[in-house]
Write a new protein. Structure first.
Length: 226
DNA sequence: GACCAGGCACATC
DNA sequence: GATGTGCATGGT
């Protein structure tokens, strides 16, 4: 584990970093999460767009629609009209917006990588990230979810749950930038794909269980941490 | 009916 | 750079 060199929180007991301690507590409590809840890299990328500010069960319905119509592949999805795509992803909410965003991603995928996720995965992480962020509708969290879970790059994903948990335990203020949160993890925790995969998934699990907008702290494994 | 969910772009100051 | 708003379904 690396050492966090920032000034805003205390080094844990002078040896284990606080964020490593948090990881161990979450892993002991919840066990392995084995994310992403999707199979192919392409399915994961589409799921990452569909889950923007949306409950995962709604996303599952939308993905199920795509599968049932046999269009959960780059080519098939690209052939769909915007209206048809929108009607299929409707259960995921913001469906007109998300249909457009998926189409933008598909255009990008074909223009740069011939429609092949494997070709995208071969490029250097920083370059892919920059390109993903240029796509309309792909922001930092969606880009990093694709990098980590679809392309297996060691990039830490920051989401609302991560910010909430860290803010509530006084580790970093909620309003800090995405990059500030991400930098905290990158500098404190060794850059390992499987570790980052589990850690983010554990944050989501923790958030869903105990740290929603209205917190339910009884039984939370991080109770007492400050 | 109110509130919430694994964001993002855009307008405005 | 900070703050506010639209986008929308389905569960609690």
């Amino acid at each position: 584990m690396g050492v966090w060199s920032g000034g805003e929180h205390v080094r844990y007991n002078g040896k284990m970093h606080q964020l490593e301690h948090v990881y161990r507590m979450l892993f002991c409590f919840f066990g392995p999460q084995r994310w992403w809840p999707g199979k192919t890299p392409f399915e994961i990328a589409i799921g990452a767009i569909l889950t923007q500010n949306t409950n995962w069960t709604n996303v599952e319905r939308a993905i199920e629609n795509l599968k049932r119509h046999g269009v959960l592949s780059p080519k098939a999805l690209y052939r769909l009209s915007g209206a048809n795509l929108a009607s299929l992803v409707r259960p995921a909410g913001y469906y007109r917006v998300k249909a457009r965003r998926i189409r933008c991603f598909l255009e990008f995928l074909f223009r740069h990588y011939g429609g092949r996720m494997e070709d995208m995965a071969r490029e250097e992480t920083d370059i892919i990230r920059e390109k993903l962020l240029e796509i309309h509708g792909i922001g930092p969290e969606t880009a990093d979810s694709i990098l980590l879970y679809a392309l297996e790059k060691p990039v830490f994903v920051i989401d609302a749950y991560t910010r909430r948990v860290l803010a509530r335990h006084g580790i970093m203020a909620y309003e800090r930038s995405y990059e500030a949160f991400q930098q905290l993890f990158h500098s404190a925790i060794v850059r390992d794909v499987r570790l980052y995969n589990e850690y983010h998934a554990l944050f989501v699990r923790l958030g869903k269980t105990f740290c929603r907008a209205r917190p339910q702290c009884d039984g939370c494994p991080l109770r007492g941490l400050h």
